[in-house]
Design a protein around this ligand. Structure first.
Ligand SMILES: Nc1nc2c(ncn2[C@@H]2O[C@H](COP(=O)(O)OP(=O)(O)OP(=O)(O)O)[C@@H](O)[C@H]2O)c(=O)[nH]1
Ligand SMILES: [Mg+2]
Length: 140
């Protein structure tokens, strides 16, 4: 069974995405720990926000087939460093969250993800269900 690991800043929507994708009760405790839920692996936002945790992200990614770099469409900044994706040595997909939000700017989010090294980018919303099937399909 293929696994997908989500990385992204705090509050970008990682837990919401896992809840929507799995269709089950996934309750995140905001713990400073990597969480395993079926085919999905959640990581603390702090791991991306503090570069001394990058090693923890890289180590955890050994368990996944696909790494999802999660960018909030409403944010005007991104903490993904340029060319971050290749260091994981995995298939990497960019995931834009909250595309339903009136303040969403998907072109900006896509630029952040492209510069971080994501070639493929999926637009998602847990409110409308946009993009969820595309992500599920990748795990088949
Ligand atoms: N409009 C909209 N809001 C969303 C969407 N996904 C998540 N949110 C909101 O964004 C906020 C953060 O969502 P979480 O899923 O807790 O984010 P997280 O990345 O798990 O956050 P941490 O666990 O703190 O790192 C919540 O208030 C969600 O309701 C979406 O698709 N659309
Ligand atoms: Mg969470």
């Amino acid at each position: 069974m293929k696994k997908m690991m989500f990385i992204g800043e705090t509050r970008v929507g990682k837990s919401s995405l896992i809840r929507a994708l799995s269709g089950e009760e996934f309750s995140s405790h905001r713990a400073m720990a990597v969480e395993y839920f079926g085919q999905y692996i959640n990581t603390p936002g702090e791991f991306l926000e503090n570069s001394w945790f990058y090693n923890a992200l890289i180590t955890s990614s050994a368990d996944c087939d696909i790494l999802a770099m999660v960018q909030d469409a409403t944010r005007s900044s991104s903490l993904f460093p340029p060319l971050f994706a290749p260091i994981f040595n995995r298939k990497v997909v960019g995931v834009i969250t909250k595309v339903d939000d009136p303040a969403a700017n998907t072109e900006r989010a896509e630029r952040f993800l492209n510069s971080a090294g994501a070639r493929e980018v999926v637009h998602t919303s847990v409110r409308t269900g946009t993009g969820l099937d595309t992500l599920r399909e990748m795990l088949r």
